[in-house]
Write a protein of this length. Structure first.
Length: 529
C-alpha cells in the first residue's frame, strides 16, 4: 500500500519531466565534467547526491560529506573530483528534494534513488534522464564487481535489456520475515516449541493468561508496521496480502482477493473477539504502542525480520535482562507449508548517472574501486563498520552477505579459529564474544549472527514469489489507491466483527473497480518478461 501513496504527485512531476526532456537539445548535452579550455590532465568533476547520510553522522578525523576518505581516494587514484552537492537522510525529504531537481532539470551527475522509490526510478528512465550503462558495465566492470552483482540478480532489473543504474542489492531471501517467541516464557509455562499454527495460538492464549488484564497475543495494526506484524498469521492460512502470486494455471493473481484471505480474516476476527489482539488495533501510531507493549511485557510473539533482535527485541532485553527470544519459521494450520514471501528483486538503493555525462566508464571504475576496497583480497573494512560507506559513490555486498557472514562466524566459533574471517565478520565475531563474556548490549547481534543465529534459518524456509516487480501499470496509476482503500476498509470491518461474507462483496467490487484491468496488465507484463 505504501508504494502507491505518493503516486499522483509523481504523475504530476512526470508532466514537467517530459517538458524538460523535450526542451533538451544538443547544446544542453555538452560534456558536464569538462569546461572549455580545461586541461585534459586536470581532475574530472562529478557532482553527487547521496540519500543515506543521517543528520547525526560522526565522520572520523574531522571529515565531512564534502571532504572524506572517499572524495580523497577517488581523486587520488582515478583523477575524479567527487563533489557531494546533496546529502541527507534517506527518507521522504530526500525523495522530495530529488523530485524538485528533476522538475528543474538540474540533476547532479550521479545520484541515488531509494529502493522503495522504484516508481521514481522508472519515471527517470522513461523520461530519458538516465545514462545507459549497458556497454560500459560489460567493458569496464571488474570480475569482482560482477561477482558481487551477479547477472542472475541484475537481469530482472534491466529495462528492455538495458542497464540504467548500479543497484545496491540485497538477496531477497534475506528480507523474509520469521516468527519470534519469548522462550523464557515458554520455559516458565513449561510449554514445548510450537509445531503448527494451532500451537502458536495456544501459546498466545497462555501468554495472555499470565496477566489477562494487560497481555494479548498478536501484534496487529492498519499501518504498514502493524500489517507487517501479521505476516506469519496470514501465511498460516496461505494468504499473502499485497502480493502478486501464481495460481494453479500459472496466471498471476492478487493475494488480497483469494479465498485464503477470507479464512485469515475470519481467524483475526476470532482472535480479536478473544482478546488476543489489542482492542484499539486500528489506532495509527507507527508501531509505537506495540513497541511499548513489547518492552512492558504485554506481548511475547513477534513476526519480524532476521534483524529483530537488534530492534525491537534488544529494547526488551535492556528493560528485562531475563527475557529471551527464539526464532521459528512460519507455521501452517494444515498439512501444507506456510510460505514466506520473497521479492523477485530486492535493492536498498540505485545509483543513477545522469544522461550525457561524458565519462561513464570512470563511474564504473569508481564502483570497481569500492568493490576492491571492501571485498577484495585485502579488504580495508566492512561497509557497515564505519559511517563512511554512506558517502561512497556506490555500495555493494556479496550476494547474501549476511547469511554468508553468519555461516563463517558460526564455523569460527566451532573451530576456535577466527583468522580467516573478513574484517566485517571479525567485528561481529568480537561483539558476540563480548556478549558471551557478559555484555548484554551485544545480545541481539549474537542472536542473529552467532551459533544457531536467525540468519541460519533462511535455508529451511519455503518461499512464494511476489511475481510483479515492474513499474505501475496504467490502471494501477488511476485505480490502485481506491482498491487499497477498499481492501483496508473491508479488512477493518471484518476483524471488528462484520459478517465474514462481506469479503465476497469486496472481491466483486475489487474486480469491477479496476482490479480485473490491473490483473490483465500485470499478466501482459509478466508474459513479456
Amino acid at each position: 500500500m505504501k508504494k502507491f501513496k505518493s503516486l499522483m504527485a509523481i504523475v504530476l512531476i512526470m508532466l514537467l519531466i517530459v517538458g524538460c526532456s523535450k526542451n533538451t537539445d544538443s547544446s544542453s548535452k555538452k560534456p558536464q565534467g569538462e569546461k572549455a579550455g580545461e586541461d585534459e590532465n586536470s581532475p574530472i568533476t562529478m557532482t553527487f547526491a547521496v540519500g543515506r547520510v543521517d543528520s547525526d553522522v560522526n565522520f572520523p578525523d574531522g571529515q565531512s560529506t564534502k571532504d572524506n576518505k572517499w572524495t580523497r581516494i577517488v581523486e587520488e587514484e582515478l583523477g575524479i573530483k567527487l563533489d557531494v552537492t546533496l546529502a541527507m537522510k534517506s527518507g521522504d525529504e530526500y525523495t522530495q528534494k530529488l523530485n524538485a531537481l528533476i522538475v528543474t532539470n538540474d540533476l547532479p551527475d550521479l545520484f541515488t534513488v531509494r529502493g522503495e522509490d522504484i516508481i521514481q526510478l522508472d519515471q527517470i528512465i522513461e523520461a530519458d534522464l538516465a545514462e545507459d550503462l549497458t556497454d560500459v558495465w560489460e567493458q569496464h566492470a571488474s570480475p569482482l564487481l560482477k561477482e558481487l552483482i551477479p547477472e542472475d540478480a541484475l537481469e530482472p532489473l534491466r529495462r528492455d535489456g538495458k542497464l540504467y543504474f548500479i543497484p545496491d542489492l540485497q538477496k531477497p531471501a534475506e528480507d523474509g520475515s520469521m516468527m519470534w517467541i519469548r522462550s523464557d516464557w515458554l520455559k516458565k509455562l513449561n510449554l514445548p516449541d510450537p509445531k503448527t499454527f494451532q500451537d502458536v495460538i495456544a501459546i498466545a492464549e497462555a501468554f495472555k493468561a499470565m496477566n489477562p488484564k494487560q497481555n494479548y497475543g498478536f501484534e496487529a495494526g492498519t499501518s504498514s508496521y502493524g500489517m507487517y506484524g501479521l505476516s506469519g498469521l496470514f501465511a498460516a492460512y496461505h494468504a499473502y496480502p499485497d502480493t502478486w502470486i501464481k495460481d494453479a494455471d500459472g496466471n498471476i493473481v492478487n493475494g488480497n482477493i483469494q479465498p485464503e484471505m477470507k479464512e485469515a480474516l475470519k481467524s483475526l476476527q476470532d482472535l480479536k473477539k478473544n482478546g488476543l489482539i489489542h482492542n484499539e488495533w486500528t489506532v495509527e501510531d507507527d508501531g509505537e504502542r506495540s513497541r511499548q507493549d513489547y518492552i512492558n511485557g504485554k506481548l511475547g510473539i513477534h513476526f519480524g525480520k532476521w534483524w529483530a533482535p537488534e530492534w525491537p527485541l534488544q529494547l526488551i532485553k535492556d528493560n528485562d535482562p531475563d527475557s529471551e527470544w527464539k526464532a521459528f519459521p512460519f507455521m501452517s494450520m494444515d498439512d501444507q507449508p506456510a510460505l514466506h514471501v520473497k521479492e523477485t528483486v530486492q535493492s536498498n538503493s540505485y545509483y543513477v548517472l545522469k544522461k550525457g555525462y561524458p565519462h561513464p566508464e570512470k563511474y564504473i571504475e569508481m564502483v570497481n574501486l569500492v568493490a576492491e576496497h571492501y571485498w577484495g583480497e585485502n579488504p580495508q573494512t566492512d561497509p557497515e563498520a564505519s559511517e563512511l560507506w554512506k558517502v561512497a559513490p556506490a555500495h555493494m555486498q556479496p550476494w547474501g552477505k549476511n547469511i554468508v557472514f553468519q555461516q563463517s562466524i558460526e564455523e569460527a566459533f566451532k573451530s576456535g579459529d577466527d583468522s580467516k574471517l573478513h574484517p566485517g565478520e571479525k567485528q561481529l565475531y568480537d561483539r558476540i564474544q563480548e556478549y558471551k563474556d557478559g555484555n548484554d548490549e551485544n545480545w541481539g547481534v549474537a542472536l542473529e549472527y552467532g551459533e544457531g543465529g536467525s540468519l541460519g534459518l533462511y535455508d529451511s524456509f519455503n518461499y512464494i514469489n511476489n511475481e510483479f516487480y515492474g513499474a505501475p501499470t496504467p490502471s494501477m496509476v488511476s485505480k490502485q489507491a481506491n482498491l487499497d482503500k477498499l481492501f483496508l476498509e473491508t479488512f477493518i470491518e471484518i476483524v471488528n466483527g462484520a459478517d465474514i461474507n462481506k469479503f465476497d462483496k469486496f472481491v466483486e467490487q475489487w474486480k469491477k473497480q479496476g482490479g480485473d484491468d490491473i490483473t490483465k496488465e500485470v499478466n501482459e507484463w509478466y508474459q513479456s518478461k
